[in-house]
Design a protein around this ligand. Structure first.
Ligand code: ASP
Length: 587
C-alpha cells in the first residue's frame, strides 16, 4: 500500500506516530512561517503543515509548486494542532511533513472541487469524474451503495434469490418505446433492451424460484423530464403463492428496514388508500400526505345560486389553505395565474376568506349571500383566518389543477419538509384506462396484471369494462411513486382474454407473448410482485429532487452522455455489417 492511513482516520491518539498519506491536494496556504496543505481522499481531509526552520527548504519549495488536485504522497509525524477544528473529524491533529512526493501533477480543474462548486451542470457532467470527487456527490453514491446493500440483506434474509435476466430481449408493442439493438448475426432483426424484466420474473415463478429479486437496469426511450433517465435502476421483485396482502406486507417491511438502517427512522405501518379516494381527495394517484389539505367537493353547496361558472361545471371543488386569509391581492393573483397556466388550464380561481368574527368574504359575493357563504365555511370546516380556494370545470382536469395548487400551497406553507417522510400504499387501481386518441383500452399497470376476481364479470360488458379494478398497488412516499406492482394473471385463458381486450388478435398475442401463454399451461403458480425505482428511492432518502446526482454517470435532458459524447454516429462499415442501409441512417 502507498499509505498507512486514510485522510479520514487520524485522531489525537495517533499523535507522535509517523504516517504515510496519499491523496489529492484540495488547497494550499502559504502564511510565510507555515505552509498548509489540505489533503483529500474519499475518507476525508487531513491537514499537512510545513513549518519554517523545521524542514529543509527544498521540501518547502516542492510544496509551493503544488497545484489543486495534484496527487501526492507524504510522510510525517502526527501532531496535536494549535488551533483545533471541531467541524472535521481529523480537526484535532495535523501532519508535520518530513517528505513529499508528487505521484502525478494535475491540470487546473475546470471548476472548484468543493462542496459548493462554481461549475454549471454541463461542465460538471463533461468532467463527471472530477464532479464525483466532490463530497456531496460522493456521499450520494455512498448512500446508494448502503441502500443497495440493505436491500440485499433484507431480501436475502427473506429467502429471495437474486437472478440476472437478459438485457438483449424482444421488442413489444405495449408500454413505453423500446431501445433497440441491431443483430449482426440475424440481418434485419433487432433485440430490444428491457423496459423491465417483467415476463422473465414471471417465468422464474413458473420455474419454481418462488422468491426472486434483482437490482437491475431498465431502459425506456421516452421523452425525458427532469426526473427521468433513459436507463434507470429498479429493485425488481416477484413472489409465488401469495396474495396482494402478502406482497404489501413483505415490501412494507423492506421500506421500513431501509428507513431504519439507512436513516435511523421508524416510519411505522403504511396506511392504505383506495385509488378512487386518492383521486377524490388529492386529485392525484400519488398524493403527498405530509400534509392534509384534502379536497372538498362543493357541487351540492354552491350550485343553483345563479353563478354560471359553478352552475355549468361538472365539478366544483376546493381546498382550505389554513391561516392564509391575510393573503394579499398580489398573492391571490399569483395563485390565479398559477392555475391558469396552459399545463393546468383552469379558467379562474374563486376564493373566500374567513374574516375575524367568522364572516366570509368571497370573490363572488355578488352571487352568494352571507348565509350561503356560511355553508361553504361549514363544508370546509373552516375557521377564522382560513382561505378557501375553489376551482370549477370538467372533473378530471379540475382535480388535476387543484392537485397542483394544493402542492403549491403546501410548498408555500412549508408543509413539504424533505426530512419528513409520509409513506402509503395506493391500492385497487383500475385495470384498464381508455385512451381517447388511440380509441382503445390500455392496461393501466401492464397487461399481465390480474383483475380483482370480483370484478372479472365487468370485463364481459363493454359498458362496464372501465370499472374493473386490478390487484395493483403503488407505494407512494412524499408524493413520489417509489414502487408499483400487481398480482399477475397465471391462467392462459384469462391472459388471452386480457390481450384481446387490449386489441391483440389471437395470432398477435401468440407471436408476441406465446412463450408466456405457453408457460402458463405447464403449472404456473399464483404470483405477484413489485418494482421500486431505485434511483428515485435514493434521491428521496438523500433529500434531493433530482435522481441525477444519485447516478454515477447520468445522461442529460436530451439523453446524452456529454462526457463520452454518446450517442454518436457509427462508421459505414459498422452499419453495413449490421445490414443497416447507410442511405437511411446517418449522413
Ligand atoms: N414491471 C413493473 C414495472 O416496471 C413492476 C411490476 O409489476 O412488478 O413497473
Amino acid at each position: 500500500m502507498l499509505r498507512t492511513h486514510t485522510n479520514g482516520e487520524l485522531r489525537l491518539e495517533n499523535a507522535g506516530q509517523t504516517v504515510t498519506l496519499v491523496g489529492w491536494v484540495q488547497r494550499t496556504r502559504d502564511k510565510g512561517g507555515i505552509f498548509w496543505i489540505d489533503l483529500r481522499d474519499r475518507y476525508g481531509i487531513t491537514q499537512l503543515t510545513l513549518e519554517e526552520g523545521q524542514e529543509a527548504e527544498t521540501l518547502r519549495e516542492a510544496a509551493r509548486e503544488l497545484g489543486r488536485e495534484f496527487v501526492i504522497q507524504v510522510t510525517g509525524k502526527v501532531a496535536e494542532r494549535y488551533s483545533k477544528n471541531d467541524k472535521m473529524p481529523t480537526g484535532d491533529i495535523e501532519i508535520r511533513v518530513e517528505s513529499l512526493e508528487v505521484l502525478n501533477p494535475a491540470k487546473l480543474p475546470p471548476f472548484l472541487i468543493e462542496d459548493d462548486t462554481d461549475g454549471g451542470d454541463d461542465l460538471r457532467m463533461k468532467y463527471r469524474y472530477l464532479d464525483l470527487r466532490r463530497t456531496p456527490v460522493r456521499q450520494n453514491l455512498m448512500l446508494r451503495h448502503r441502500m443497495a446493500q440493505a436491500v440485499r440483506r433484507y431480501l436475502d434474509a427473506q429467502q429471495f434469490i437474486e437472478v440476472e435476466t437478459p438485457v438483449l430481449i424482444k421488442s413489444t408493442p405495449e408500454g413505453a418505446r423500446d431501445f433497440v439493438v441491431p443483430s449482426r448475426m440475424n440481418p434485419g432483426e433487432f433485440y430490444a433492451l428491457p423496459q423491465s424484466p417483467q415476463t422473465f420474473k414471471q417465468l422464474l415463478m413458473v420455474s419454481g424460484f418462488d422468491r426472486y429479486f434483482q437490482i437491475v437496469k431498465c431502459f425506456r426511450d421516452e421523452d425525458l423530464r427532469a426526473d427521468r433517465q433513459p436507463e434507470f435502476t429498479q429493485i425488481d421483485c416477484e413472489m409465488a403463492f401469495v396474495e396482494q396482502e402478502d406482497i404489501l406486507n413483505t415490501f412494507e417491511g423492506l421500506v421500513q428496514y431501509l428507513f431504519k438502517e439507512v436513516k435511523g427512522l421508524e416510519i411505522g405501518k403504511l396506511p392504505r388508500m383506495e385509488y378512487a379516494d386518492a383521486m377524490r381527495y388529492y386529485g392525484n394517484d400519488k398524493p403527498d400526505t405530509r400534509f392534509e389539505m384534502k379536497f372538498v367537493e362543493l357541487n351540492d353547496v354552491v350550485k343553483g345560486q345563479g353563478f354560471p361558472v359553478f352552475d355549468n361545471a361538472e365539478l366544483v371543488v376546493g381546498i382550505n389553505a389554513m391561516s392564509c386569509a391575510a393573503y394579499t391581492r398580489k398573492q391571490l393573483d399569483e395563485l390565479t395565474e398559477f392555475v391558469k397556466r396552459p399545463q393546468l388550464g383552469a379558467t379562474g380561481l374563486v376564493y373566500a376568506r374567513v374574516e375575524a368574527g367568522g364572516q366570509v368574504k368571497s370573490s363572488v359575493d355578488k352571487f352568494y349571500s352571507q348565509e350561503e357563504l356560511q355553508k361553504w365555511k361549514a363544508a370546509f370546516n373552516a375557521n377564522e383566518g382560513d382561505l378557501l380556494l375553489i376551482l370549477a370545470g370538467p372533473a378530471d382536469k379540475t382535480r388535476k389543477a387543484l392537485s397542483e395548487l394544493r402542492l403549491e400551497m403546501g410548498q408555500r406553507l412549508g408543509l413539504r419538509d424533505k426530512d419528513t417522510f409520509s409513506a402509503l400504499w395506493v391500492v385497487n387501481f383500475p385495470l384498464l384506462e381508455y385512451i381517447e386518441e388511440e380509441g382503445r383500452y390500455f392496461a393501466m399497470h401492464h397487461p399481465f396484471t390480474s383483475p380483482k376476481p370480483e370484478d372479472v364479470a365487468l370485463l364481459d360488458n363493454p359498458e362496464t369494462i372501465g370499472q374493473a379494478r386490478a390487484n395493483a398497488y403503488d407505494m407512494v412516499i412524499n408524493g413520489v411513486e417509489v414502487g408499483g406492482g400487481s398480482i399477475r394473471i397465471h391462467d392462459r385463458a384469462v391472459q388471452a382474454q386480457m390481450f384481446s381486450l387490449l386489441g391483440f388478435s389471437p395470432e398477435e398475442a401468440q407471436a408476441q407473448f406465446g412463450f408466456l401463454l405457453d408457460a402458463f399451461e405447464y403449472g404456473a403458480p399464483p404470483h405477484g410482485g413489485i418494482a421500486f425505482g431505485f434511483d428515485r428511492l435514493c434521491s428521496l432518502f438523500g433529500g434531493a429532487d433530482s435522481i441525477r446526482d444519485f447516478i454515477a454517470f447520468p445522461k442529460n435532458n436530451s439523453g446524452r452522455d456529454v462526457m463520452i459524447d454518446s450517442p454518436s454516429e457509427i462508421s459505414g462499415a459498422q452499419l453495413k455489417e449490421l445490414s443497416i442501409k447507410t442511405d437511411v441512417v446517418g449522413k
